[in-house]
Design a protein around this ligand. Structure first.
Ligand code: ADP
Ligand code: MG
Ligand code: ZN
Length: 481
């Protein structure tokens, strides 16, 4: 008995904030971090007589996301009122889409342990966010409506996932796509990318779905997997004991590692959905869809394929460099100026990313793509070696300076003046008469010692190939050859 005889079924509902400046149905700012109730107007406060007007950018970003998720975009869709009472919802209803969402039937490829699986997406629809209830230490609570009316898409996944690992992979892939197409900043901690997980069990091999519970607003990747595993184990033990799972909404408490009942799960009919009378049907023309398709750019899975194949990058480099859309842009910009992808990948991975920070869709780099390209070019031309390049890189951090200038200033150019190097080599031979004798007597390996001395005495700047040749010449033939 236990988990093994059941099959888990998981379907995720994700709410993603669209990257607009203003709200979905009014021109209030969506800026966060302001004093409470600063970004409000009659429309988002739900005052009588105020009329909603659709934000065109939100619609474009929603269309772009749905296209990236392989959904069909419908030329006409309907906004609907979802009625419920909660203090952070001043109108008493949320404007969402119900029977006719703007897009349906897409899919997302996920990979777990090297196995690729296609997870269906049932629908993507537009809706507005609610405000926030702020609870004080005592009995008081406040309502902040700055967030009320913020544009969201809800991405409803089909119940196609069978483990917490698949659920986590689905979320990662979804977040990545939304970030790469510029619809969402993927910020789970700050709540601009939120997930509810529906979980049920059924006897292995059964066709019918079991009763599900809904785990609400899990705010980190770490918790998604744990919350689902804990919920699977809880349901298995209920079923094992001959009990029945109750359909309800539960929340995961990371402290105790348990899920607990939040409320009984409402069914769709409880919301008394009806078409929003203040908004016309949402019409999306074919030209508009085409324009968004053109904005999609290369999706991360395709980028990875191409970099592995065409560019010949190592799998680890590919996965590191595609972790953020900003990394991909940076890499591409360096390659445009210095078209040797493998060298660019190595340098960006080891030197640049160490000091790169990212927040949402913004990545801040310590150097510019132009500086990196110029530095790699100096190495390519043999003007500096790796250690010098690292020194120059360190001096460039946070500056606009040119690597060539820094090289000059720090005197880091490779020494290739033959006369100068010849005197250096001669001096080294004079300092080491015993080693010279051993070398001439047949101990060829000592060449490495002499070259090492030359590198050391020149502060690493001597041209190693030239030094090698000079020593071979100066030392003359070796006995026994
Ligand atoms: P609701 O509108 O009540 O939230 P939906 O039918 O739209 O219900 O489904 C919401 C989510 O729940 C979807 O992501 C879907 O995949 C998932 N889901 C539905 N039934 C089950 C089930 N029996 N087990 C697991 N997930 C389910
Ligand atoms: Mg739902
Ligand atoms: Zn407003």
């Amino acid at each position: 008995m236990g988990v093994a005889q059941y099959e888990a079924v998981i379907g995720l509902e994700v709410h993603a904030q669209l990257l607009t400046q203003s709200k979905l149905f009014c021109s209030c700012s969506v800026q966060v971090g302001s004093e409470p109730n600063q970004h409000v107007c009659p429309t988002c406060l739900g005052l009588p007589g105020a009329l909603p007007v659709g934000n065109q950018l939100a619609i474009d970003l929603a269309v772009r996301a749905a296209l990236a998720l392989n959904c069909t975009i419908h030329s006409s869709s309907i906004f609907a009122r979802k009625n419920y009472f909660y203090p952070d919802l001043p109108k008493g209803y949320q404007i969402s889409q119900f029977e006719q969402p703007f897009s349906t039937e897409g899919w997302l490829d996920i990979e777990v342990d090297g196995v690729v699986k296609r997870a269906r997406i049932t629908r993507v629809h537009l809706e507005e966010d609610a405000g926030k209830n702020v609870h004080g230490a005592g009995v008081e609570s406040w309502v902040d409506l700055n967030r009320a009316g913020t544009p969201l898409i809800e991405i409803v996944g089909a119940p196609d996932l069978q483990s917490s690992a698949e659920a986590a992979a689905y979320l990662r892939a979804l977040r990545e796509i939304l970030m790469f197409v510029g619809s969402n900043d993927g910020n789970m901690e700050e709540g601009s990318f939120r997930c509810d997980a529906n979980v049920s069990l059924r006897p292995r091999g059964a066709k019918q779905l079991g009763t599900r519970t809904e785990l609400k607003n899990i705010n980190s990747f770490r918790y998604v997997q744990r919350a689902i595993d804990v919920e699977i184990a809880r349901q298995a033990s209920i079923l094992d004991g001959g009990g029945k799972v109750t359909q309800e909404t539960r929340s995961f408490d990371p402290e105790s590692g348990q899920t607990r009942t939040l409320r009984s799960k409402a069914d769709a009919h409880d919301y008394r959905y009806f078409p929003e009378p203040d908004l016309p049907p949402l019409v999306i023309e074919p030209e508009r869809i085409a324009a968004q398709r053109a904005q999609l750019g290369e999706l991360p899975a395709d980028t990875r394929q191409r970099w592995l194949g065409e560019l010949g990058l190592a799998p680890s480099a590919v996965s590191t460099l595609t972790q953020h859309p900003g990394y991909v842009r940076f890499f591409n910009e360096v390659c445009a100026r210095f078209p040797q992808p493998v060298k660019v990948a190595n340098w960006v991975q080891t030197e640049v990313l160490r000091d790169t920070t990212s927040h949402g869709l913004t990545a801040s780099f310590p150097v510019t793509p132009g500086q990196v390209a110029e530095l790699l070019q100096l190495m390519e031309e043999g003007k500096i070696g790796g250690p010098q390049a690292k020194k120059i890189h360190a001096a460039l951090l946070g500056t606009e300076r040119s690597p060539a200038d820094v090289m000059q200033e720090l005197g880091l150019m490779v020494l290739s003046d033959e006369g100068q190097l010849r005197s250096l080599c001669q001096a080294i031979l004079e300092q080491n008469p015993k080693n010279v004798a051993s070398y001439r007597a047949g101990k060829r390996a000592l060449l490495g010692f002499f070259v090492g001395q030359a590198m050391k005495q020149s502060g690493g700047r001597a041209n190693p190939e030239l030094v090698n040749r000079l020593f071979t010449e100066l030392l003359g033939p070796v006995e026994g050859n």
